[in-house]
Design a binder for this molecule. Sequence first.
Ligand code: GLV
Length: 326
Amino acid sequence: MKPQILVTRAVFPEVIARLSQHFEVASNQSDELWTKAELIEKLKGKVGAFTNGSDRIDAEVLDANPQLKICANMAVGYNNFDVDAMTAHKVLATNTPDVLTETTADFGFALLMATARRMTESEIYLRQGKWTKWSYDMFAGSDIHGSTLGILGMGRIGQGIAKRGAHGFGMKVIYHNRSRLDAATEAECKAHYVSKEELLKTADHVVLVLPYSPASHHTIGAAELAQMKPSATLVNIARGGIVDDAALAKALREGRIAAAGLDVFEGEPKFNTDLLTVPNVVLTPHIASSSVPTRMAMANLAADNLIGFLLKGKALTPINPSAAQA
Ligand code: GLV
C-alpha cells in the first residue's frame, strides 16, 4: 500500500498525477475551504500534507495526527506553520523558495509602477466614461526613474526588486534588514544600508518584502506612515499584518502619503473595507507569485519535497531539518 497524503486545496492536475504515482492521494480538487476541524479530520492516516498559506498547522492539528511526518507548503512564506510545534512533533516543514523570486520581484515592481502612476484610479475613471478631455494634470503621479527606492526586508525577492530599480530605472536604492548584506551583494544590488527611520524619511517609494512574525506585526503603523514623505508611495507584497491597514487607509484618506499598492491584507481574504473608499490605492488579491510557470514550479517543488522526503528521506527545501533527525 502506498503512503497516504492529503492535498488541501486544488492544484494543477499534472501535479496530482505525479503525486499519485507514489502516494494514495486524497485531494481537494473541488477547492472547498475547510475549517480547522475538517482539516484535522481529513489528515487522519496521512503521513504527508501538501499545504498552502491558509492551512494553519499547529499543536492542535499535530496532536490529533501523530502519524504526520511532513507538511510541504506551496509558498515561500510559512507563517501558517507553527515551526516550533512541528519540530517538537518531528514533522518536517518545507516551503518553495527561489523558484518564485524573479516572478515575485517582477510583480513588486509592477505594483510599484501601477501605484506611483495611478493606473487603477485612472482606469476606473476611463471605464466610468468620465474621460471627455485632456487635462495638463490628469492623474499626474510620481516618477520611478531617478527616485529613491527604499526596501524593507532584503532577502532574495528584495534583492530582485533592488536590481530592477537600480539597473533598470536608475533608482537610488536604500534598504533596511535584520542583518546587513555582504559588500558584494550590496554592490550587485547597488543598495545602501540605512536605518529604518532614515529609509522611511528619505524614500520616494517604500516596498515591504519582509517575512511576517509577531516581531514584524505592524512594522508600518500610524507612527511610521507619519515619518514618510507626503509624496511617497508604499507597496506591500510581504504579508498582511506587516502594515496596520486601518492606519494606512486613514493616512491615504488624509493625504499623509500619496498612494499605496497592496497585494496582501490583514485577515485576508477578508480585508479592511475602508481601503475600498480611498481612490489612491491599488489592490490585488495576493497574486505576486502567480505566473503560470512559477505556480507550476512551486507546485512541483512542494511535490518534490513530499516525494523526496517520504520515499528517500530527503526534502529539497526543509525549513526545520532537525525535525527529520530521529
Ligand atoms: C506567497 O505569498 C508566498 O509566500 O509564496
